[in-house]
Design a protein around this ligand. Structure first.
Ligand SMILES: Nc1ncnc2c1ncn2[C@@H]1O[C@H](COP(=O)(O)OP(=O)(O)OP(=O)(O)O)[C@@H](O)[C@H]1O
Length: 252
């Protein structure tokens, strides 16, 4: 579904060039739930922004469903962002002036799909995520857990190739964190969704099939979950500790 091959990305500040991603390569299979972790400054957000088509990369390939995103014009990239990618952000970015139902419809309004088709799909997603009773409410009138499920439903509206999530459990208590993860797991199991999540949260990452650990802009390790969730979390914490810092919060 997603192939990143020999990706390089530098930032230029004045005359200085700072290499941030150095020959990063990995694959994400369809229906896989993958997390990216690593110390602060290791390049996680930069990687996500390159895959999201928000910033250009310098060299290497990003193949989405077999199509190389390198060198595409802004218009083509915007179309991929709207039609092929689903986004879930840390603060969920629901529009306050739109109802839950309208928020979920938004990606298809942008993609200009026929209204009856769009509404049927949005209703189906509301039912799947148990938010059908709050469809006509506004974000200010719903709970944190309902906001999270609304955001995941919206990300699925276009049947994206992949959902890209940026610290979706950041600043959440453990109950709300679990609600986001459960919504992702449900999307994966019931809708064959593929999820790629940047996180500093070992608990959230321990529900993933695989975790890619970045260090200094390179893939330091890939860990596949083969044991229980708790054992996988312990394994992740041990690897992150080796990268420096006794507290996982130091690693975000
Ligand atoms: N627009 C920019 N211009 C110059 N340097 C940048 C820019 N954005 C990020 N950087 C630098 O690139 C490096 C990687 O940043 P990035 O945000 O990708 O790391 P991260 O792993 O997501 O960090 P964190 O966990 O703290 O969010 C950092 O050293 C950062 O200072």
């Amino acid at each position: 579904m997603l192939q990143v091959n020999h990706l390089n990305k530098s930032y230029r500040t004045g005359n200085n060039i700072y290499p941030v991603l150095k020959d990063v390569s990995f694959h994400v299979q369809r229906k896989e739930f993958v997390a990216v972790m690593g110390p602060s400054g290791s390049g996680k957000t930069t990687l996500l922004n390159c895959i999201s088509c928000f910033i250009p990369h310098d060299a290497g390939e990003i193949l989405l469903h077999g199509k190389d995103l390198s060198g595409l014009r802004e218009e083509a990239l915007a179309s991929i962002r709207n039609k092929k990618l689903g986004f879930v952000f840390q603060d969920f970015m629901l529009l306050d002036g739109l109802t839950v139902f309208e928020n979920i419809c938004l990606p298809q309004i942008i993609a200009k799909l026929p209204v009856p088709q769009m509404e049927a799909k949005a209703r189906h997603l509301c039912n799947s995520f148990g938010i059908e009773k709050i469809m006509q409410k506004y974000p200010a009138e719903i709970s944190g857990g309902e906001k999270q499920r609304t955001a995941v439903a919206r990300a699925l509206m276009n049947q994206p190739y992949i959902i890209l999530a940026d610290e979706p459990t950041g600043n959440l208590d453990s109950k709300s964190c679990r609600a986001v993860i459960d919504a992702f797991l449900q999307a994966k199991e019931e809708m064959d969704a593929t999820i790629f999540m940047v996180t500093h949260d070992s608990y959230a990452a321990s529900f993933c099939d695989r975790v890619i650990v970045l260090k200094d802009g390179q893939v330091y390790k890939e860990l596949r979950r083969t044991s229980s969730r708790q054992e996988f979390m312990d394994e992740l914490l041990n690897v992150l500790k080796l990268l420096g810092g006794d507290n996982e919060d130091d690693l975000a």
